[in-house]
Write a protein that binds this ligand. Structure first.
Ligand SMILES: [Zn+2]
Length: 317
């Protein structure tokens, strides 16, 4: 038979959501991936309806409010099924993967620690203007290369776009993302190299009803369920990574470039030691450029302007 799989791999099975960690129930979800060149996307808002939304948990935002993304700590590539698992630590619950990451660190097994610790992932409902007939798609990416530059673009957009807030249905803006080819560990992927806004050419209100209520897709697994997913990690199963074909994930950034950790297993500590020798304006004393090369929680609270110069410095390194 002539095989033609199309984008089958990217269509999540109902109730699965193995790649994202989210549980989409019966909903069929299409995943958006950045393409090389200009991507013009619309970020479609949704209404928060649960107490599982991290900003609601933190008391910073409320049910009934609108939101345009969802930021979660997720463990990725867990167990033989290479599943993604929402880390229960961020909800104050014990997490066997965090425990394993911590144990690996204590044993000096840095590689396992890094592989296991939770990264912050960010999810958006988007419409791709190059393919509006595809409707609302799920876009999963990371904080450093997408959400932070997006926030920065928003912070300084008032001059060019007074009164606009990019995710607003009525007064929003098209997000223009320049995708550039990059590679890491031999894997090629598309990295956002600039994020700016342009006025919308067409309205987006018709897509609102199709936006996935992202907070409703957070279904925490029990300690035992997570242990079952982990089965097979370590011991004789380590070879799996080398032998099995790479699963194409609906994401644009390799795991290794990702985010920090809800608990305390910082995977790299060398940059802290470099701080003394480095000419730095970092308010936390890390070498300038560590927003990209380091993995510090503090970077998340860094003022935007400082953060972006830090990212620039990293490119020169
Ligand atoms: Zn965890």
């Amino acid at each position: 038979m002539e095989e033609n799989w199309g984008n089958r791999r990217e269509i999540a099975t109902a109730g699965g959501g193995n790649f994202t960690g989210l549980d989409f129930g019966d909903r069929e979800v299409k995943f958006f991936k950045l393409k090389e060149g200009m991507n013009r996307i619309e970020i479609i808002p949704y209404t928060i309806t649960t107490n599982m939304h991290p900003l609601v948990v933190q008391g910073r935002y409320q049910k009934g409010n609108s939101d345009y993304n969802l930021v979660l700590y997720v463990h990725r590539n867990i167990g033989p099924g290479k599943r993604s698992v929402i880390c229960p630590s961020q909800y104050g619950k014990p997490c066997p993967i965090c425990e394993a990451a911590k144990a690996a660190k204590e044993e000096g097994d840095k590689a396992t620690n890094e592989a296991l610790y939770a990264r912050r992932r960010v999810f958006y409902n988007v419409v791709d203007n190059a393919d509006r007939s595809a409707g609302v798609q799920l876009f999963e990416t990371n904080i450093k290369y997408f959400q932070k530059p997006l926030e920065t673009a928003d912070k300084y957009c008032a001059t060019d776009f007074p009164g606009k807030f990019f995710p607003s249905l009525k007064d929003g803006l098209t997000v223009s993302v320049l995708g550039a080819k990059d590679s890491f560990n031999g894997n090629e992927f598309i990295q956002p190299s600039s994020i700016t806004f342009v006025n919308r050419a067409e309205p987006v209100t018709q897509f609102a009803k199709d936006a996935i209520p992202l907070d409703q897709c957070i279904k925490l697994k029990s300690y035992e369920e997570i242990e079952n997913i982990m089965m097979g990690i370590g011991g004789g199963d380590e070879d799996d990574d080398d032998d099995s074909p790479k699963i194409e994930r609906p994401t644009d950034i390799p795991d290794t470039e990702s985010e920090d950790n809800p608990v305390d297993e910082e995977p790299t500590e060398e940059p802290v030691e470099e701080a003394t020798s480095s000419d730095t304006d970092c308010p936390h004393g890390f070498p300038f450029g560590d927003a990209v090369h380091g993995d510090h929680k503090e970077c998340d609270d860094c003022p935007e302007r400082m953060y972006m110069s830090c990212v620039k410095a990293a490119r020169k390194r």
